[in-house]
Design a protein around this ligand. Structure first.
Ligand code: AMP
Ligand code: MG
Length: 326
């Protein structure tokens, strides 16, 4: 059994082909990078419409498979930007109809958990999902993935991107801030905003910009932003572990590419007698392979959908979808 998965929830168009044993047979990805400013949903969607057909072709040829050898087509149904989701869903529907294969809708956040879970071999870990638009601490309970804590305003990645763009850079901001932070050492004071198991970043955004305007050293500012923001994420993850009496953590989302965040979460989990696992970077970022893999889990439980009922759900939350495979 082989499934082709399509991801297009935000800035990334990606097609992955995955076997039922979770072998990634191919992954073809292209990220929309606006030349300046943030992401406009329609421009990102146009990028996906232009690129997805070629990415499907590349994924098939890299996997040495013909369309007739694909058993189902999975796509990210939500959450995400409406125009971007519709671009991926339209391609998925067209392929499912043309190839006469089942169409399997997948929740994007659940897909981040499932790819990390299968790669880590951990059965029931807590997920710290730190991406552009989403920042959530997720655990499974009573038949669904539950959001134990989350951002009250910006996603951590959006916060880093917005800050970097406001400081004169271009999207994405996370990697250049990571590079600057490696040269910084002085901890500047920034708002530390943890509310129970929730976090907020807009106060830190304003304060960091004010420090930048006053001429703070870039490396120190980047170092301080990372130290403060990632300590907040590590603290809420630890609190969730303690409440749920768990020990293991997996990371997902583009910000989980960050070495500092990985190290802080690892130190915390190991300090509690557990482990932490972060997938390879290409599988932390939005990708079609996680959609294809979650498609396998869903399809084993008959969760395919006729085209006419496959509308995208931009606000579909992690805890809205059933997970009968768990
Ligand atoms: P995603 O939304 O999951 O596709 O991830 C994209 C987000 O990850 C963007 O906001 C990036 O700035 C962020 N990101 C990517 N690499 C890194 C990194 N090394 N450190 C921090 N953030 C990162
Ligand atoms: Mg994501």
């Amino acid at each position: 059994m082989v499934i082709l998965g399509i991801e297009s929830t935000a800035h990334t168009a990606s097609v992955g082909i995955v076997s039922e044993r979770a072998e990634i047979l191919s992954l073809a990805t292209d990220m929309f990078r606006p030349p300046k400013g943030g992401i406009h949903p329609r421009e990102a969607a146009n990028h996906h419409v232009d690129l997805l057909p070629g990415l499907v072709e590349k994924a098939l040829s890299d996997a040495h498979l013909r369309p007739s050898e694909i058993d189902a087509v999975a796509f990210a149904q939500g959450p995400g930007l409406g125009p971007c989701l519709r671009a991926g869903a339209t391609v998925a529907r067209m392929l499912a109809l043309t190839w006469d294969k089942p169409l399997v809708p997948v929740n994007h956040c659940v897909a981040h958990v499932e790819i990390a879970r299968v790669l880590s071999g951990l059965d029931d870990p807590m997920l710290l999902y730190a991406s552009g638009g989403n920042t959530q601490v997720i655990a499974h309970g009573s038949g669904r993935y539950r959001v134990l804590g989350e951002t009250l305003d910006l996603g951590i990645g959006n916060f880093l991107d917005k800050l970097w763009i406001s400081m004169g850079g271009t999207f994405p901001g996370g990697p250049p801030i990571e590079a600057e932070a490696k040269r910084g050492s002085e901890l500047l004071s920034l708002p530390y905003s943890v509310h129970g198991m929730d976090v907020a970043f807009s106060g830190m955004y304003t304060a960091a910009l004010a420090l930048d305007a006053k001429g703070a050293s870039r490396p120190d500012l980047a170092f301080s932003v990372e130290s403060t923001a990632y300590a907040m994420l590590t603290e809420v993850t630890e609190r969730a572990l303690a409440h749920r009496r768990r020990t293991d953590v997996v990371l997902g989302g583009g910000v989980a590419c960050n070495e500092r965040l990985r190290g802080m979460v690892r130190a915390m989990a190991e300090g509690r007698g557990g482990t932490s696992f972060a997938p390879p970077k290409a599988l932390c970022l939005d990708n079609g392979a996680m959609i294809a893999w979650t498609g396998h889990l869903a399809l084993q439980h008959g969760m395919s959908m006729p085209v006419e009922r496959s509308a995208v759900q931009p606000r579909q939350r992690t805890d809205m979808v059933a997970t009968p495979w768990r």
